[in-house]
Design a protein around this ligand. Structure first.
Ligand SMILES: C[S@@+](CC[C@H](N)C(=O)[O-])C[C@H]1O[C@@H](n2cnc3c(N)ncnc32)[C@H](O)[C@@H]1O
Length: 244
């Protein structure tokens, strides 16, 4: 069973940001630029970055001439992101299971595996419905998720990472339909333990959620270079969907 609402505490903690601090920003920027080019997105469009974290994608997209709003549940991340707000860049603390602003955005983004955290199917459906409801008709949703089939083949995994004198002991395995990551470490004489869960959601399951919300998949990419998705070899499952 998933620890209900585990994501509230972990993503809001200093240790989460420490562990993932070496994300590839260049790759993230190039991915955004490829998407904008491929779909010829016009400057001035309204974009919502759902589960934006500290706003790394939102900030970059706003520099390209779009009007961007980032939302996230983590108060810590949103407070940090808000330091860079301007007239085309806004951040708000908000739960993705609820609609933020109905029928308003041209594009909704859900990037870097920011889905699959919930305990129930109802919550998954609710979150996708809220993503759809944020969009204008004919608006587009981009979901950037893991290719779970490929990841599961590599499990179980054990690794150790030392960052700023903290040694994180990490175990990743499949349990009860979730890719489960146990993260244990000591800091200042205290032992910490967090668990991340990402649900084993495959393309056909996304298709069902999306159809229920009036969204149609129009492209399926398998990596940040926008190569086609192949369930055996692709690293990512990137869905481009249109609201009908
Ligand atoms: C893997 S991080 C990715 C963050 C960001 N998209 C990025 O690429 O840096 C997942 C994010 O989802 C957020 N999150 C988790 N549950 C959420 C919810 N119910 N509503 C909104 N955001 C949520 C977390 O706070 C965290 O910032």
């Amino acid at each position: 069973m998933v620890d209900k609402e585990w994501f509230k505490e972990w993503f809001d903690s200093h240790y989460y940001h420490l562990l993932y601090q070496s994300r590839d920003e260049k790759e993230a920027h190039q991915f955004i630029q490829r998407l904008i080019g491929r779909f010829a997105l016009k400057k001035g469009l309204k974009i919502i970055d759902i589960a934006c974290g500290k706003g790394r994608h939102s900030k970059f997209i706003s520099t390209l001439g779009f009007d961007v709003t980032g939302i996230d549940l983590s108060a810590e991340s949103i407070t940090y992101a808000q330091k860079d707000e301007n007239k085309n860049l806004h951040f708000a603390r908000h739960d993705m299971r609820e609609v933020f602003r109905p029928n308003y955005f041209d594009v909704a983004l859900n990037l870097f595996t920011s889905f699959g955290y919930f305990e129930s199917e109802e919550e998954n459906k609710k979150a996708i419905q809220a993503m759809a409801d944020n969009l204008v008709r004919q608006g587009h949703l981009v979901i950037d998720f893991l290719n779970v089939k490929k990841v599961i083949k590599t499990l179980p995994v054990k690794e150790q990472k030392t960052i700023e004198n903290i040694t994180f002991n990490i175990e990743k395995f499949l349990a009860n339909g979730y890719i489960t990551k146990e993260i244990a470490f000591d800091d200042e004489g205290r032992a910490f333990h967090f668990t991340e869960y990402v649900k084993n959601i495959q393309l056909h399951q996304f298709q069902e959620y999306l159809n229920l919300s009036g969204l149609e998949i129009i492209h399926t990419f398998g990596d940040y270079h926008l190569n086609s998705f192949d369930e055996t070899t692709s690293d990512r499952l990137i869905l481009i969907c249109k609201k009908n």
